[in-house]
Design a protein. Structure first.
Length: 274
C-alpha cells in the first residue's frame, strides 16, 4: 500500500499524509513504573501495522493504550496524546466505552462468552452498548459479521450452540465477528494467532487482508514471518536501560525487514537476540 509511514526520524513518524491514529509522546505507567516511554507513531487508515519486539518490551501495553484498556489495570495511567481522527481519546470528557466501540480489541486467547450461543456472542457488544433494537435486526447483524469474519459457512447450522463448542481458530474468528458488530474504525489484535495451529493461523492472516479494505488493523506479534506476510508497516520495540519499552524504528514493512536504519532492528530481525 502507498499509505505506509515514511521513516522520517528515529521513530518513523511521517508528519504529512492521512492518518487515523497518531500517538504523541505517549507514556504508559503502572503506578510509578514507566512501562512504555515517549512513543510517536502515525498509522494510516485501511492498513495493517505490526508491532514486533522481544518479550517484555511493552508491545501489549502499548496496544492496550490505543483503546484505553491500559487504564483498567490498578494504578495504570497514560500521559501524552493519542489522536483518533484528530481527537485525543485521553482528552477531558471522552468516554472510554465510546472509545472501545470505535477501537475494538481481539485478545491473544479466544474468549467467547461460555454461557452464550454463537449468535449471542456476536451481538453481545451491541447489547452492552445499547446499539440494538429487535431480535431480527440482531440476527441480520450477526450474519453480516460472521460473513465478514469468514465464519458463516462453518457455523450457520450451529448458531444456537455455545461459542466455546467451536474449534480454537473458529473461536478466534467469532471474537473478531463480535468486535466487528459495533462497527469499529480500528481493530487491535494482541497476538491473535499464538494459540492457533498453522492452518487456523493462515485463515486469520487471510482474514486480516480482507478486513483491511474496510478497517485499520494493528497487530502485536512475536512471529516476524507473520509480520512480514500480513503488514504494511512495522514498529520495532525493545526495552531500554531503565526497563521502559521504547519504539526503536517504525516504517514500511519492506524497509524494516530489508533495510533497517537502526542496528538494533537489524540485529533483532537477523535473530542475534530476542
Amino acid at each position: 500500500m502507498d499509505t505506509c509511514p515514511q521513516t522520517e526520524n528515529a521513530q518513523g513518524q511521517n508528519p504529512n499524509g492521512n492518518h487515523i491514529l497518531i500517538t504523541k509522546n505517549l507514556n504508559a505507567y503502572y503506578g510509578s513504573f514507566l512501562a512504555v516511554r515517549d512513543v510517536n507513531m502515525a498509522i494510516a487508515p485501511n492498513s495493517i501495522t505490526a508491532i514486533i519486539g522481544p518479550s517484555g518490551c511493552g508491545k501489549s501495553t502499548l496496544i492496550r493504550c490505543f483503546n484505553r484498556m491500559h487504564e483498567v489495570a490498578h494504578g495504570a495511567r497514560v500521559t501524552g496524546q493519542l489522536l483518533l481522527d484528530g481527537e485525543d481519546i485521553y482528552g477531558t470528557g471522552i468516554d472510554p466505552v465510546s472509545v472501545r466501540t470505535r477501537i475494538g480489541m481481539v485478545f491473544q486467547k479466544p474468549n467467547p462468552f461460555p454461557t452464550m450461543s454463537v449468535i449471542d456472542n456476536v451481538v453481545a457488544g451491541l447489547k452492552l452498548s445499547r446499539i440494538w433494537s429487535r431480535r431480527r435486526k440482531m440476527e441480520e447483524i450477526a450474519e453480516r459479521c460472521l460473513r465478514q469474519a469468514a465464519l458463516w459457512d462453518e457455523v450457520k447450522d450451529k448458531l444456537k450452540q455455545s461459542g466455546t463448542s467451536l474449534s480454537g481458530g473458529q473461536q478466534q474468528r467469532l471474537c473478531i465477528a463480535r468486535a466487528l458488530a459495533v462497527k469499529p474504525e480500528v481493530i487491535l489484535m494482541d497476538e491473535p494467532c499464538s494459540a492457533l495451529d498453522p492452518i487456523a493461523t493462515l485463515k486469520i492472516e487471510d482474514l486480516m487482508h480482507t478486513l483491511a479494505k474496510d478497517f485499520t488493523i494493528v497487530i502485536v506479534t512475536h512471529n516476524m514471518q507473520q509480520a512480514g506476510r500480513v503488514s504494511d508497516a512495522t514498529a520495532f520495540m525493545m526495552m531500554g536501560d531503565d526497563r521502559a519499552g521504547q519504539l526503536v524504528e517504525y516504517g514500511a514493512t519492506k524497509q524494516i525487514f530489508t533495510n533497517p536504519k537502526d542496528k538494533r532492528t537489524e540485529d533483532y530481525i537477523s535473530g542475534l537476540f530476542g
